[in-house]
Write a new protein. Structure first.
Length: 470
């Protein structure tokens, strides 16, 4: 593969004045222009135009940052956001409509409604692994809900960050959407300001920094984090299909996916066969030499590459293991003989290294998962309905795929998010709109009749009626 990876030094918004940025957004929000359906629709259409018209530039930036194969760059970054925009535009009018709810007899005559109103000025902080998708998908919902947005792309994918900073003002309302480039200093300058919501995607260490800053202003947060997403493969699974789907989900973006299968717990009697099918799948996907495949990405930077190469000592490389520092290449790798207390089993791997551990039973696999942090995703490969129900009933995770990996992320009706250490809050489809809206509870009454039922002085009759009609 000829990679054109180039790394400009970290870019920052020149002389960032965070209070000015937020003040500007607040002034724009105060004009009320973002509240109309038309404004929201126009912004979403403009964002779609930007993604469609400038697709080649996005592809180039993603290839330069991490050697993203064009198909993956489209499906998981640019095209993903286009699909979110289309879905949102199809439903937005309905989502914005107030919703009637039941009002008890004691309130009658009355009308109770839920109204979705924008939160105000929101901050979206994105990581590097899907740098277009993870910045813009939340922004789609934030704009759909009528907010003004400060958007902070990851400095790690500097080419994509620069492109977003250049194109967003070209297409979208510059008063209401500001892109702030930079790293820790700029993010922390933003976090010192008061927002109405903070949407953070990234690692749990920085999530604590975000939460602490948010606490100062009592700002609500959505945290989209990561963790070790397990795969359970039982004896009834179609091993060939399981291996292909696990290999695809794991080696997509060279494993740098928050919901990548992190490790496999496979039933002992079928473990060897499963690994052989993974070997076949890797060969089918990337050929003899994955390094030369145009469909295999690179590790984002030297720090992550070194961290991942360090994990290879956690077991025996049954597949892959080859690596090259200069091109930040790490082969699709399967590790066996991995001890549960080895480094590869301590932290989220976030790279193309897949430990395969064996278990004696599904119950052992369930206990293994439950002894660790609640994962962002859990994948089960089994043809047994009983096992499927047992795993669903006895484990907790942000999401689950049965006989698949990663694909739950593309279903807009399935809110995407973690639980406990893997995150809080969720988005995609309508839930992104809900995340960035306040649901205001409204009760309408007319002046007349003005029944004295609830007013003192209380009488036995009033008491009796209230008990009946409440
Ligand atoms: P990153 O290094 O790009 O950091 C994320 C953001 O935090 C960046 O915008 C960065 O500027 C900012 N940041 C970094 N350090 C900071 C600090 N000290 N103070 C304030 N801001 C700071 O990305 P990352 O965290 O390495 O991303 C990888 C992690 O994100 C993995 O754990 C992965 O599982 C998780 N992730 C989760 C999802 C999801 O949707 N749940 C998606 C992608 C990635």
């Amino acid at each position: 593969m000829t990679t054109t990876m180039s790394r400009p030094t970290t870019r920052s918004t020149p002389k960032l004045d965070a209070p000015e940025v937020v003040k500007g957004l607040r002034t724009a929000f105060g004009t009320g222009q973002t509240r109309s359906y038309e404004w929201r629709r126009d912004q979403l259409q403009a964002m779609k135009r930007m993604l469609v018209e400038r697709e080649p530039e996005f592809m180039d930036a993603l290839a330069a940052d991490m050697g993203k194969p064009p198909t993956e760059a489209y499906a998981a970054d640019v095209g993903f956001v286009v699909a979110e925009i289309d879905y949102t535009l199809r439903h937005l009018r309905r989502w914005m409509r107030p919703q009637r709810v039941y009002a008890p007899l004691v309130t009658k005559p009355s009308r109770a409604r839920l109204m979705r109103e924008p939160l105000g000025v929101v901050l979206v902080i994105a990581p590097w692994n899907y740098p277009v998708h993870l910045l813009l998908a939340p922004v789609v919902g934030a704009l759909a809900a009528g907010n003004c947005v400060a958007a902070k792309p990851s400095e790690v994918t500097a080419n994509t960050s620069a492109l977003l900073a250049r194109l967003i003002p070209e297409y979208l309302d510059t008063d209401c959407i500001k892109v702030v480039e930079g790293g820790v200093t700029e993010t922390q300058a933003l976090l010192a300001e008061q927002f109405d919501h903070i949407f953070y995607t990234g690692n749990a260490t920085v999530a604590r920094v975000v939460m602490e800053a948010a606490a100062k202003h009592l700002t609500p947060v959505t945290l989209e984090l990561g963790g070790k997403s397990p795969v359970i493969v039982d004896e009834t699974a179609n091993l060939e299909v399981a291996a292909r789907r696990v290999a695809w989900g794991k080696f997509l973006n060279a494993g740098q996916t928050c919901i990548a299968p992190d490790y496999v717990l496979v039933a002992k009697p079928v473990a060897d066969k499963f690994v052989e099918h993974v070997r076949r799948a890797v060969f089918d996907f990337y050929g003899h030499e994955p390094k030369d495949s145009p469909d295999y990405a690179r590790i984002v930077d030297a720090r992550h590459w070194q961290r991942l190469v360090g994990l290879l000592d956690s077991g025996t490389a049954a597949i892959g293991g080859q690596h090259d520092e200069k091109s930040r290449y790490l082969a699709p790798t399967v590790l066996r003989d991995v001890a549960p207390d080895s480094p590869a089993m301590q932290e989220e791997i976030f790279g193309p290294v897949l430990p395969v551990l064996t278990v004696d039973s599904v119950d052992e696999a369930i206990s293994f998962v439950n002894d660790r942090d609640k994962p962002l995703a859990l994948y089960l490969f089994s043809e047994s309905k009983d096992v499927q129900e047992r795993v669903l009933a006895n484990t907790s995770s942000g999401g689950v795929c049965i006989n698949a990996t990663v694909f739950h992320v593309v279903v807009p009706g399935l809110p995407f998010g973690g639980v406990g250490p893997s995150g809080q809050g969720a988005y995609h489809g309508r839930s992104t709109f809900e995340t960035f809206s306040h649901t205001k509870s409204v009760l309408h009454k007319r002046a007349r009749p003005d029944l004295a039922l609830a007013y003192p002085p209380y009488t036995e009759r009033k008491d009796k009626l209230l008990r009946r009609f409440l």
